[in-house]
Write a protein of this length. Structure first.
Ligand code: MN
Length: 318
């Protein structure tokens, strides 16, 4: 997915309030924005009051939306650097193409993990033959400094480990928890768990005290440590919790993300992560000149143009 918001201020990881080293409950309302050509989504990260949770630095929730009519999702070729894009398919299908030549359909219960590293470009679209409802979460994971320029890669995970407890199905998307280990290849201490209850349920999850956590409801309503939570709000939970009590009054699906607080300052602008303004300018120039990021073959549409650079940042003459 691609960041196509109109305002083009860069998001700095260091302009956010310090991470509390204690449990908190901070409500972060997601904002509604348009993804690609036509899809309205809710963006929970980055947020003005919370740029990152561990290395998780971006969180979009698309749908559930009816894609039976019209063109469905269409996100034309666009570049990424310095991050991994992580797609968790809840309902429906998305077709991925990238500049390494990968073409991959992702279905419910599957994960696509694209490592941008030094640079990659990709497109995402609804396939012609598709389910009527689309719902997905896409997250970005910042790569640590040492790995920021690694070779790009793409991995598709058709199955993720599951653990059932108290009527809640826990799918381990990233990291280790609940006696399970996810196969997804990440570069910093992280966890991601999808929690799904098909009817009323109540459970307690063990947490790591050195991780910070956040919780996003995908569908339904829940109670977390007694606090009600509904779709459209990310609940930041802070650090130093060893357990989390979640109550499902009825069917609901929730995404829990966490990680060791990311120790580095990063600069996130458009679809790029860099360490300096110079990095961002260089990546933008490469994309505008159709250099460096390769070619996405087979997408029937235009590549996405980079937005204007923030005020005061100038592209140097060629
Ligand atoms: Mn993308």
């Amino acid at each position: 997915m691609s960041n196509t918001e109109n305002h083009n201020a860069p998001s700095r990881s260091d302009d956010c309030p310090a991470r509390p080293e204690k449990p908190v409950t901070q409500r972060l309302p997601a904002r509604v924005t348009v993804l690609g050509e036509n899809m309205t989504i809710r963006r929970a990260l980055p947020h003005q009051q919370r740029r990152m949770i561990g290395a998780w630095c971006f969180l979009d929730h698309a749908g559930p939306v009816d894609v039976g009519e019209g063109s469905g999702m269409r996100v034309g070729p666009h570049p990424h650097t310095g991050l991994q894009t992580f797609t968790w398919m809840v309902d429906g299908e998305i077709f991925h193409r990238d500049s390494l030549g990968y073409e991959q359909l992702i279905r419910p219960g599957q994960v696509n993990l694209m490592t941008a590293g030094r640079g990659i470009s990709h497109s995402e679209e609804s396939p012609a033959e598709r389910s009527p409802t689309l719902q997905a979460a896409q997250l970005w994971i910042a790569l640590p400094f040492e790995q920021r320029d690694i070779e790009p890669a793409f991995e598709h995970y058709p199955e993720l480990p599951q653990h059932a407890q108290d009527g809640v199905i826990c799918t381990l998307l990233v990291g280790e928890a609940l006696g399970k280990k996810a196969p997804t290849h990440v570069y910093s201490p992280l966890v991601g768990i999808d929690l799904r209850a098909h009817s009323k349920a109540e459970t307690q999850l063990p947490l790591q005290t050195d991780f910070e956590y956040g919780l996003l409801v995908l569908t339904g309503d829940i109670e977390v440590e007694g606090e009600p939570l509904a779709p459209g709000e990310l609940l930041y939970l802070g650090q130093n919790r060893d357990a989390l009590h979640i109550r499902f009054p009825a069917a609901a699906q929730v995404l829990l993300i966490g990680g060791e607080p990311f120790a580095e300052d990063i600069l996130l602008w458009w679809n790029f992560i860099g360490r300096s303004q110079e990095d961002i300018v260089r990546y933008t120039q490469w994309w505008n000149r159709e250099e460096h990021f390769g070619t996405v073959k087979g997408y029937d549409g235009a590549r996405l143009p980079a937005p204007e650079l923030p005020a005061g940042v100038r592209l140097t003459p060629r």
